[in-house]
Design a protein around this ligand. Structure first.
Ligand SMILES: *Cc1c(COP(=O)(O)O)cnc(C)c1O
Length: 343
């Protein structure tokens, strides 16, 4: 990343972006267009919305956590008519409830869905949910920010029109680049879509990419990092990456239960990239996290309505089973220190 910058309108950059784009398509498992945007994940979500929708258009948003709330907010801010299908935080989006809601709301054109709810440590059953959306022939936009590149994700096989992810999650790179795939059906929606767009206009991204460029100056250092990430992911093998996350996720959950703690989400849908742990009664989560920080372990608290009620362990990207063992040991020690201080 500390390399000298290159001319982003030159041949060297054209080779870089073409290689990155084609390798990303392998990881997304898609033949659709894929674009690299200079943005965090939320920018990718906003790009998905403004390139497919018009003000007044009805969209269905299953809501079961902080990030699905955000997806609905973005669409509403741009004038879409958002129909919320709510589930308790920590419960998965139910395919039958989705089917019922699509039946009751025939005006809906598009479903905005979060695959892996990082806020609650839950993975929604995307293949089943995508099948329901296909039954009704609606556009499906998926926030795969904390799943793509880590968890099984089959864009074309599952029929996902738009998928979004971001460099700082399972891609093991610093923040600054969002990645988005866009299907032919999404391009049909693009041609009708009337929401305002300039920086996010994927039509611009497409015509520039044909010349090996991006419309606006790209975050070159993050792209340099992503080339290495893709080497690592494709070198390990995508199926092996998925399997490693499954093993690591299971090990974290078993370790948490062995410490006498309980998982926040419905365990049948517990995520293999982030584990949300219910804070035991009387435990000061802030103090626990500060104690762990001294041991160079950085865990996260809860977001939104879960602040103070849970803490979260991230295990996406470059995480091994040995890392999990070390973290669980340090968590055990920190828990007893915090409890002793409290007693
Ligand atoms: C991290 C995350 C986001 C937000 O991404 P930013 O990069 O912070 O903008 C959105 N959705 C999910 C599921 C995430 O995990």
């Amino acid at each position: 990343m500390a390399r000298q910058m290159i001319n982003h309108r030159g041949e060297e950059f054209a080779r870089l972006i073409r290689k990155l784009t084609s390798e990303l398509k392998e990881v997304f498992r898609t033949g659709n267009d894929v674009f690299l945007l200079t943005a965090s994940g939320t920018g990718g979500m906003e790009a998905a919305v403004v390139n497919t929708l018009s003000p007044g258009e009805q969209v269905l948003v299953p809501v079961n956590g902080f990030f699905s709330e955000r997806f609905g907010q973005i669409a509403r801010r741009y004038g879409a008519e958002v129909i919320r299908l709510e589930f308790p935080w920590g419960k998965a989006v139910d395919p039958d409830a989705l089917r019922k809601s699509l039946r009751e709301n025939p005006g809906v054109t598009t479903v905005l869905l979060v695959h892996n709810e990082t806020s609650t440590g839950l993975t929604n059953p995307l293949p089943e949910l995508a099948r329901v959306v296909r039954e009704f022939d609606k556009l499906l936009i998926v926030d795969g920010i904390s799943s793509l590149g880590s968890l099984e994700f089959r864009t074309d096989e599952w029929g996902i029109d738009v998928a979004v992810t971001a460099s700082q999650k399972g891609w093991m790179a610093p923040p600054g680049v969002a990645m988005i795939s866009f299907s032919p059906r999404a391009w049909e929606a693009y041609r009708r879509a009337r929401m305002p767009r300039f920086y996010w206009d994927l039509g611009e991204a497409k015509s520039f990419l044909e010349r090996g460029q991006t419309p606006w100056t790209p975050a070159l250092p993050v792209l340099f990092a992503l080339t290495v990430s893709l080497e690592m992911i494709l070198g390990e093998g995508l199926a092996n990456v998925w399997a490693r996350h499954a093993r690591v996720g299971k090990k974290v959950r078993e370790g948490i239960k062995a410490l006498g703690l309980s998982l926040f989400p419905d365990e049948a849908f517990a995520s293999d990239t982030v584990t949300a742990v219910t804070s035991p009664d009387g435990l000061d989560v802030g103090r626990l996290l500060r104690t762990l920080r001294e041991e160079e372990v950085v865990l996260a608290g809860g977001q939104g309505e879960l602040r103070g009620k849970i803490f979260r362990i991230g295990h996406l990207g470059l995480v091994s089973e040995a890392d999990v063992e070390e973290i669980l040991e340090k968590l055990e020690t920190a828990l007893s220190r915090v409890r002793a201080a409290h007693a």
